[in-house]
Design a binder for this molecule. Structure first.
Ligand SMILES: *Cc1c(COP(=O)(O)O)cnc(C)c1O
Length: 231
């Protein structure tokens, strides 16, 4: 496929996803502009990511700090927002804090400490989400539901940290009803611990973003669907 064809295909795919976002929002009595698409570019390299940007994706999600760094350097576009959506190790926080508009995957108190310190050192405020392990699967990252309120208080003790909301991954083995109830649990948890000041709910991927929107998602992280028909 030549570059023009690829950009055209990305435009089509982005339009389809946006239409599905709108329909899901409408079904649940929400405004479509309450839901932001995070285009997950982790599957492709710099060049393909550039074409995705050319097609109109301006909020991009990466799951690895190294890839985020590479693309941040090589695609210097001031209109772009980079989001880190994957697991972050404490020794990698410095650059991530400088490069990511939002870190979705904050999953431990020690990571909160490291991010806050890195942000303080660079005179920045880090925007973060607390990742919650709503499915309770042992293999998953994230705070247990019962630990989230405490983690929130801790994060808020830092002036250099702004907690914007909560994030979860749908359970891998879950069926659709289970996924729906996991998303619902994240929303209810948010409503219980602080309904007012945690506006963002990052939940939903290619296979379940419409369910997530019906359950209140404000950020959907969509990857593979955007790359359909692109080779
Ligand atoms: C890869 C990834 C996604 C996107 O998943 P798709 O099923 O490809 O849409 C979303 N969130 C996280 C944390 C991911 O790692």
């Amino acid at each position: 496929m030549n570059k023009e064809k690829i950009v055209e295909q990305f435009k089509t795919n982005l339009a389809n996803v946006k239409q599905r976002i709108e329909a899901a929002a409408q079904r649940s009595g929400r405004a479509a502009d309450e839901v932001k698409l995070v285009a997950v570019s982790k599957y492709v390299g710099v060049e393909m990511t550039q074409l995705l940007v050319q097609a109109g994706a301006l909020v991009l999600g990466e799951n690895r700090p190294q890839a985020l760094d590479e693309k941040f350097q090589k695609i210097p576009n001031p209109d772009l927002q980079w989001h880190l959506i994957g697991h972050l190790q404490r020794n990698k926080v410095k650059k991530v804090v400088a490069q990511a508009r939002l870190i979705h995957s904050v999953d431990s108190t020690r990571l909160i400490d490291a991010i806050a310190k890195a942000a303080e050192d660079q005179s920045l405020v880090a925007n973060i989400l607390l990742e919650v392990n709503v499915s309770g699967e042992a293999a998953k990252h994230g705070f247990a539901e019962n630990d989230v309120a405490k983690a929130l208080d801790h994060a808020r003790s830092y002036a250099a940290m702004n907690v914007c909301g909560l994030m979860c991954m749908g359970g891998l083995a879950s069926n659709r009803a289970d996924v729906r109830s996991e998303f619902e649990r994240l929303r209810e948890l948010r409503n219980r611990i602080d309904c007012e000041n945690l506006p963002q709910l990052s939940m939903g991927m290619s296979g379940d973003f419409e369910i997530a929107i019906e359950q209140g998602a404000t950020l959907v992280r969509v990857g593979s669907t955007l790359f359909e028909g692109v080779s």
